[in-house]
Structures are given as C-alpha cells and as structure tokens.
Design a protein around this ligand. Structure first.
Ligand code: SF4
Ligand code: SF4
Length: 267
C-alpha cells in the first residue's frame, strides 16, 4: 500500500493532480470510494481485490470536475469505462491521471489513454460465471416464462434510480424519466412504468455497457438488472464482433451504420 500512497503523494507534490479518487477501508468487507484533496489524507488510500466500485462515474460530477486535475485509481471495470467514455468524447474538460495496481501489486501510472487501452486489451475480463449461469437459465426458459421472470423482477423495482446513479454510462444531464412535458414514463413505481424504465435504460446502454455489474450490485431490492445489458453485449459480439470498453476508436455497433446495410430503413 505504501508504494501506491507514495506514488499518489508524488503526483500531488509535482502538481499533476489536485484531487485523487480512490478507495479506503470501511466497516464492511468491501472498501468504499474516497476523495483525497491533500497529501495529509493519503494514508487512507488502499487497493485490494475487493475494490469493486466503478469510480469513473464520479468524473461526470460537477464538484469533481471543478478540481481540474484528477487522479483516479482504476480497477479493470473502471479502465474499460474510461476507454468507452473517451471514445464518446466525455473527457474534454478535465485532466485526468489514471493509476491501477496489477496482479503483481505493481503500481502503474498510465501516461495516456493509449496505454490504458493496451492494458485493457491485454487484461480483458470474461463475463462472470455467476452471470453466465443465470443467463443460461433464462435462455432455457420459454419466451413466456422469461417475460414472467422479468415482469416479476421489475414489479419489485422501487424506482430509486440507484442503478442509474452508479452507472458511468448514464451521464445525460436530464434523464428521459425526469421529463414531464411530455411524460414518456410514469414516475411512480408500478409494473407498466417500471417495465418502460428498464427497457429504455437497457436500450440506451446497448453496446455501451461495460459489464461492471454495478447496477445489479447496488439495487436495494436485488434485481439482476445488469443482465439485460450483459445479454445485449453477448448478442452484439455474436452479431457484429464488437466489445464495449475495448477500443478508443471503437466501431460500436449502435454508433455506426453501413450505407449498404441490407436493412432498408437505415437509408
Ligand atoms: S436500483 Fe433497483 S429498485 Fe432502484 S431503480 Fe434500479 S432496478 Fe429499480
Ligand atoms: S453493468 Fe450496469 S452500471 Fe455497469 S456499465 Fe453496464 S449498465 Fe452501467
């Protein structure tokens, strides 16, 4: 841990960063995000395999952006999110320094996003076994039973929007669910409106979700909401060979079209 803390202290001292987003210990087993603004706070900084949060979500926050020069301690999911967000031109207004700790516990300070991209491509994670198991189970159901499964799951949704808040790919300044003129989606938690919310959310994330699983992990009522986008990512890879959070100049399936596409509606 000392290596990491020393490296971050160096970045503060030489003026590379004036805010560090990282992890600190908590009462729970899982470390929690922390925001370090001065060298005297660096001792709380840790990194372990239990550091699961995708910290890239904080780079959208105005109060974080105003720091200007931001360091971020990234696990592989965060690195993927940074690659995807860079491909979506989301970091034009901040200077960021990206760090990670590899399997040999070496601290890596990336000099640019091309280095992050190369690291991600060399360490690209598989889908989690737990997710694949549940997806296989859902695939084995009839269409009617699958529909029943998801409508039951969504009827439990309390529309707290924690799944949206935690997602680095949900960064619109105003979400469609908060528009009331016209009101596309009912604001109260009820089965029909809940279904619309989740379908809308999944479609906006198709081919952009980087499978961090944060939305499913954070849901207070235990809906495995991340499986919708994981499933779409699987299908997009199968149909188009694309992977989200993989390349800075990614040819993402829903961002591009071919003039000679066999589907006429595209013209
Ligand atoms: S976190 Fe769970 S309960 Fe909250 S809006 Fe998302 S799916 Fe619904
Ligand atoms: S897994 Fe969930 S939180 Fe993570 S990028 Fe995909 S939709 Fe967002």
């Amino acid at each position: 841990m000392k290596l990491l803390q020393n490296k971050v202290a160096e970045l503060f001292e030489n003026g590379t960063i004036n805010l560090m987003i990282g992890f600190k210990e908590a009462l729970t087993k899982q470390p929690v995000p922390c925001f370090i603004e001065k060298a005297s706070e660096i001792e709380q900084l840790i990194y372990t395999k239990d550091c699961k949060n995708n910290l890239s979500v904080y780079l959208h926050k105005p109060e974080v952006k105003q720091a200007g020069k931001i360091g971020i301690l990234a696990n592989i999911a965060t690195l993927r999110a940074l690659v995807q967000l860079t491909s979506e031109n989301q970091f034009w207004d901040i200077e960021k320094t990206v760090l990670t700790v590899n399997d040999k516990e070496e601290v890596i300070v990336f000099s640019d996003m091309e280095e992050v991209e190369a690291y991600v491509q060399a360490n690209f994670p598989e889908f989690s076994e737990e997710d694949l198991k549940l997806l296989d189970y859902l695939e084995s159901l009839s269409r009617e039973d699958r529909w029943k499964y998801w409508t039951e799951q969504f009827s439990a949704c309390i529309k707290c929007y924690a799944c949206r808040a935690v997602c680095p790919m949900c960064y619109c300044p105003q979400c469609t669910v908060e528009c009331n003129q016209p009101q596309w989606i009912k604001t109260s938690a009820q089965t029909t409106g809940n279904l619309e919310w989740h379908i809308m959310r999944a479609m906006h994330l198709a081919g952009r979700c980087i499978n961090c699983g944060e939305c499913g992990r954070i849901c207070p009522v235990g809906i495995p909401v991340h499986l919708l986008t994981v499933k779409m990512n699987q299908d997009l890879f199968k149909e188009f060979g694309t992977k989200s959070g993989f390349a800075l100049k990614g040819d993402y399936a829903l961002n591009s079209f071919k003039p000679d596409d066999k589907e006429g509606f595209i013209k």
